[in-house]
Design a protein around this ligand. Sequence first.
Ligand SMILES: Nc1ncnc2c1ncn2[C@@H]1O[C@H](COP(=O)(O)OP(=O)(O)OP(=O)(O)O)[C@@H](O)[C@H]1O
Length: 447
Amino acid sequence: MRKKESHILIVDDDEDILFSARVWLKKFFTEVSCLSQPKNIIKFLSEHQIDTVLLDMNFRKGFENGKDGLYWMQEIRTLEPQLPIILMTAYGEVELAVEALKNGASDFILKPWNNEKLYASVNLAVDISRKNKKLNQWENISLKTNQYQLETLSQSMKEVMSQIERVSATDANVLLLGENGTGKYVLAEHIHELSERKNQPFVHIDLGSLSENLFEAELFGYKKGAFTDAHQDYAGKIENAENGTVFLDEIGNLPLHLQTKLLSLIQNRKLSRLGESKERLLDVRFIFATNENLKKAVSENRFRKDLYYRINTVELQIPSLRERIEDIPNLADYFLEKYKQKYHKPDLSLNESILHELKKYSWPGNIRELDHCIERSVILSNEKNLKLLMPQDEESESTIVNLNIEEMEEILIKKALKKHRGNISLAAEDLGLSRAALYRRMEKFEL
Ligand SMILES: Nc1ncnc2c1ncn2[C@@H]1O[C@H](COP(=O)(O)OP(=O)(O)OP(=O)(O)O)[C@@H](O)[C@H]1O
């Protein structure tokens, strides 16, 4: 077999690994170089034309958490964003490798590797690298992130879509109700896109992820000197949506005193920044969403009745995914196409048994969970056959090594958020934390 004209770089601190990988890959590729010290990578890359890097995830003995590999991957990507990087990882690091793939690695190989798989992976990476160099194709592989799968076969969803079409042309307030992950954000954006405001801003304000003491300043803005840190005048998010649409997500989290302020804004279309007496006229359209039972919140005096009747001029109940299983094949197909492109696995496809499996599951996390499931399945599949990794299988897959308190904390927080379908208040209560303490930790773990 003729060797492929290409230069592979292997970086590992284990000389035996370097030796065996080099001997094997030399059979297929014209040049294979080795580095045992990652600190030399950058200099090496700046002096040589490399087509693919095989990178170990752990370099320091006793620090086997894969962080070294991720660090060096970022360094390489800063220098050469298009260069394919294949990570070499031990079994327990699959979770990290998946993270790395999401951050731009092109593949990962489990040690001890299978020679055929190593060759296939490097060969594919080399092809991609050459294509990039020749055609500079990366810009063309644009993911259609702004297009969603909005066609539906479900009767209840058809009704929602037809109401959306009717209401989009108006300025009526819309309240979208539905479980987490049912697509409320997607639909709010769709309403904006169908409206005459489509060329104006669409501003998403997520009251579920904003800490409570920031609500007022972020939403309504402030005047310089209004409070200690107000060093200059600041236009709030609502003001930034002038002529466009404001999407107020998780509206159930708005504290009572701000509910009054919001009600006055919706009624009078006038806004005053914190610390300012003058009122500004505002032209925005409001869309609201929540996964909470607002009627119950009203009956418990947590949500103002008059505000509720203001915001629900049109109230749309978005069905959960398990109530529209007939849409699962099209949605799954949409996500598969997206991730086939992203992870360069064009041959993957869905078959009847996969669809059957997908339809059988209850999808408590709705479309978001389906999206996540297909992405992980594509990542963990080989080039030809889609290996479905259902959510219930994930926990057994994620072998956690080197457990420490931080890791445990992150896992517990993720579990609590999943259990309460993203409801911060309930998750915080379950964890025995205040909402603010939970937010701080979510920020720390980038959740
Ligand atoms: N029709 C759709 N087509 C493609 N992707 C979708 C569709 N609906 C939702 N998604 C995807 O599912 C995920 C969740 O959607 P979205 O954020 O709109 O849900 P949500 O109901 O607003 O969730 P939450 O209540 O948790 O804020 C997103 O990644 C989104 O891109």
